[in-house]
Design a protein around this ligand. Structure first.
Ligand SMILES: [Fe+2]
Length: 362
């Protein structure tokens, strides 16, 4: 063993120990402390020969890691401004493992500990239902009632080729898993009543980060948003789409599609006011929550830093019909009751425990 390896190991152990100590001490102030401790990483091109010589002998991966992998694999969002990075990394075969659990509570939660293969399989099987279906309908006690047809292919830009596909096989691999693959829409008619959008987008649109003061009603005709009703938020949403129209065209008014959480264990641990970005992981991934994508699929070049559709949330209690059959029933993910799902879950533990839905608020 080289002296440098001994030193590196000591440094890493010290780093982990320091992280535990700081995390214990700072938890009382709601401050989390995390560290990344990668394996051997190539420091410069001059290491290349050494790396080639040794890699197949000593490293489980068969090669030395790159600095890019350390940064990218631990990054939740590589959005529009970093598009070139994402494309370069996919070209090199580097997967993007999106860390969706960014606080200590989330990382140690039942959601993060839910078997990844099981959530991946649930996503695939829900998608297969979509692959063979024709119509969708979403209703909610808040007045939402929209009926549409399922688009032929998943939303362009979603990174999947069909609905019944495992996220764990693609380039974009969220961990832990959150939603089923987004379903694209056509010929939708009705009205969505919306409570909030994603905090990261809300600040660009100019609406409250976590809850609209007044729900926004979006009227839809033939898959196009035709009217917005509500308070200031309704005006700002309309203005947001108007501002994008010169760049992305008429598609900006379309109902891109919808999807819902598949995790029976997703919870809210954070204050929505103090930690909106972390808080939204609960509503986004919970099997009790449905959200729609309103706006253009991400197919055209544009200056806006995020996607050109907004993720808009309906609140708990939505019912989703696929070809007239309830996939979500007043906020309950009926797929979890399916005998096939229970049989599958039994491979990983007690199905009653694994598949029982927790309340959104911890
Ligand atoms: Fe979404």
């Amino acid at each position: 063993m080289r002296f440098i390896d001994v030193v590196m190991r000591r440094h890493k152990e010290g780093l982990v120990g320091m992280t535990y100590t700081l995390a214990n001490y700072l938890a009382r102030y709601n401050i989390t402390v995390n560290c990344v401790v990668p394996g051997r990483i190539m420091e410069s091109p001059s290491e290349l020969d050494f790396a080639r010589e040794k890699q197949s002998l000593i490293l489980p991966l068969g090669r030395i890691g790159s600095t890019a992998e350390v940064v990218i694999s631990n990054t939740k969002r590589i959005m529009r401004p970093q598009k070139a990075i994402r494309e370069a990394m996919f070209k090199k075969g580097i997967r993007w493992v999106r860390n969706m659990a960014t606080t200590a509570q989330q990382l140690s939660s039942e959601r993060a500990r839910f078997p990844f293969q099981l959530s991946d399989e649930i996503i695939k099987r829900v998608g297969k239902r979509m692959d063979g279906a024709t119509t969708w309908r979403i209703t909610h006690p808040n007045g939402t009632d929209v009926l549409g047809k399922i688009g032929d292919v998943p939303t362009p830009g979603s990174g999947i080729k069909r609905y019944g596909e495992r996220r764990g096989e693609g380039n974009n691999r969220p961990f832990p898993q959150g939603c089923h693959n987004p379903v694209s829409s056509k010929e939708a008619n009705g009205v969505f009543v919306l409570e909030h959008t994603l905090p990261m987008q809300a600040k660009y649109v100019g609406v409250p980060l976590t809850r609209f003061d007044k729900p926004v009603k979006v009227f839809v005709e033939n898959n196009r948003m035709v009217r917005f009703e509500g308070g200031l938020e309704a005006k700002r949403l309309r203005r947001f789409y108007e501002s994008l129209a010169p760049q992305v065209g008429d598609d900006v008014w379309s109902v891109c599609g919808f999807h819902a959480g598949i995790s029976p264990k997703a919870r809210v641990y954070e204050s929505r006011e103090r930690f909106p970005e972390a808080w939204v992981e609960g509503p986004h991934n919970s099997s009790r929550m449905v959200h729609c994508h309103l706006g253009a699929p991400t197919t055209r070049e544009h200056d806006y830093p995020f996607m050109t559709h907004l993720s808009c949330f309906l609140g708990e209690g939505a019912t989703v019909y696929i070809d007239g059959e309830k996939l979500y029933d007043e906020g309950h993910f009926t797929f979890l009751d399916d005998p096939e799902t229970r049989k599958l879950a039994a491979q990983y533990g007690d199905p009653d425990t694994l598949l029982s839905e927790v309340t959104l608020q911890a």
